[in-house]
Design a protein around this ligand. Structure first.
Ligand code: FE
Ligand code: FE
Ligand code: MG
Length: 168
């Protein structure tokens, strides 16, 4: 095991390698989510797209921060964050949806699906931790709170678009 912090998590009854696997799968999700938002913001088309692009860019940065938090915790737990980007696809829980249709409505729908998947992933990790690892728990709760905000932000934008600009 190594560090006292790791031993404490194990002593609390957590199977540390299993937790590391769950965190690594979420880590792969976050990189794909980051890229989906980032590239979506680049290709976005439609009027008015400005507000959607700003939100996609903001969420991209938040997903990247989630990847950062997960990588640090994986290392603290004695694991190695996924080193090969090609493995993100294999290990992710959630599907990467390439933004082939640049319509902002389609982009919003794709990203809403991603957020809904992320929300279930983080609830499952909390269920696995069951109050036995307060450090990981607090981190996951913080990420989950942001994923819930992301989903709501996208739903709000979608509603605003429907009210302002009917699709022709
Ligand atoms: Fe995230
Ligand atoms: Fe998110
Ligand atoms: Mg937002």
């Amino acid at each position: 095991m190594g560090t006292r912090a790791r031993e404490a998590v194990k002593a609390a009854g957590i199977k540390v390698p299993e937790l590391v696997t769950l965190l690594n799968k979420a880590y792969a999700d976050e990189w794909l989510a980051y890229y989906q938002y980032w590239i979506g913001a680049k290709v976005a088309a439609g009027v008015p797209k400005g507000e959607v692009v700003d939100e996609l860019e903001e969420h991209a940065q938040e997903e990247l921060k989630h990847a950062d938090m997960l990588a640090e915790r994986i290392i603290q737990l004695g694991g190695i964050p996924v080193l090969e980007p090609k493995l993100w696809y294999e290990q992710a829980n959630c599907r990467y949806l390439p933004p082939k249709d640049p319509d902002i409505r389609t982009l919003l729908d794709q990203n809403i699906k991603g957020e809904q998947c992320a929300i279930s992933v983080y609830y499952k990790i909390l269920d696995f931790i069951k109050d036995k690892d307060p450090i990981t728990q607090r981190m996951i709760e913080k990420i989950l709170k942001e994923e819930i905000e992301h989903e709501q932000d996208l739903e709000d934008l979608k509603r605003d678009l429907e009210m302002c600009c009917k699709k022709k």
